[in-house]
Ligand binder design. Structure first.
Ligand SMILES: C[S@@+](CC[C@H](N)C(=O)[O-])C[C@H]1O[C@@H](n2cnc3c(N)ncnc32)[C@H](O)[C@@H]1O
Length: 257
């Protein structure tokens, strides 16, 4: 099951997650700027990781509850953000909160990892107040960055070397169908992107091992992983400076009033 693999993987990377490049922090800030929640909003950060969304919500004066299936992530959120109302280990498919507990549920780069997104969508609607907002982000396209097309292409090229069922934790998701499963209305979406300065090739390679893509690298045969790394380093050697261009898509919908 994805959740068991997600727990193992995200516990493993929790100590360094989002510390090499502020990738999730940057997207988390843009995500919460887009939602612009009012001071005092009761917000649930679902699949909170190291707290990219939690930090941005706290900065706007929200009352933040953070949950994640990986205990290593939750421990670190509790330590780093003592202002959090509650930080708990929890599975998005089974939320241990009463109905109507939150005005806002947001999930950064999580919903494509779920075993059964429709079950989670119904749980999210249940814990939201009528009219409350659910918002999530997913990896997305980036404009005008042909020099980074090689990175996604390498994943596609090496994918056949990975046994079926191993490697990527993510699954294809039809976002509109997912929101419809929770009967969310007033659906909207925007594309966002960021350009992240990367100090050197080591930092970029180690960043790839510090988050979900680690599952892919760990599933590659050793010689293939060495070849993948060499190809990445060869591309980075042509860039001066190295500036990582990445895109994401933000989605939102409202719980039926
Ligand atoms: C890619 S990380 C994103 C973390 C954070 N939201 C961010 O934007 O940096 C995905 C997170 O979702 C968590 N996760 C995956 N499946 C989950 C589930 N079924 N229930 C709760 N958390 C889950 C992982 O443990 C991980 O911390």
């Amino acid at each position: 099951m994805t959740t068991a693999r997600a727990i193992a993987l995200f516990d493993q990377v929790a100590p360094v997650y989002d510390e090499l490049l502020p990738f999730f922090t940057g997207f988390g800030q843009q995500h919460i700027e887009w939602l612009a929640p009012a001071h005092g909003t009761r917000a649930l950060d679902l699949g909170a990781g190291r707290g990219a969304l939690t930090a941005a919500l706290l900065a706007r004066g929200c009352q933040v509850t953070a949950v994640d299936c990986a205990p290593g992530m939750v421990e670190r959120i509790s330590t780093q953000y003592p202002q959090v109302h509650e930080a708990r280990v929890m599975d998005a498919h089974q939320l241990d909160f009463p109905d109507n507990s939150f005005d806002l549920v947001c999930a950064g780069f999580v919903v494509h990892l779920l075993d059964d997104p429709a079950v989670a969508a119904r749980e999210i609607r249940r814990v939201l107040t009528p009219g409350g907002v659910f918002s999530f982000s997913l990896p997305g396209a980036v404009e005008a960055a042909p020099e980074w097309e090689f990175y996604g292409a390498l994943f596609r090229e090496f994918q056949p070397l990975i046994p079926v069922g191993e490697g990527r934790l993510s699954r294809p998701l039809d976002e509109e169908q997912f929101l419809a499963a929770g009967r969310f209305t007033g659906v909207g979406a925007i594309a966002i992107e960021q350009r992240l300065p990367v100090p050197d090739a080591d930092t970029f390679w180690n960043w790839g091992l510090s988050h979900g893509s680690r599952a892919f690298f760990d599933a590659l045969p050793a010689d293939a992983r060495t070849r993948f790394e060499a190809r990445v380093r060869a591309e980075l050697a042509t860039m001066d400076p190295i500036v990582f261009a990445a895109g994401a898509k933000l989605w939102r919908g409202a719980s039926p009033a």
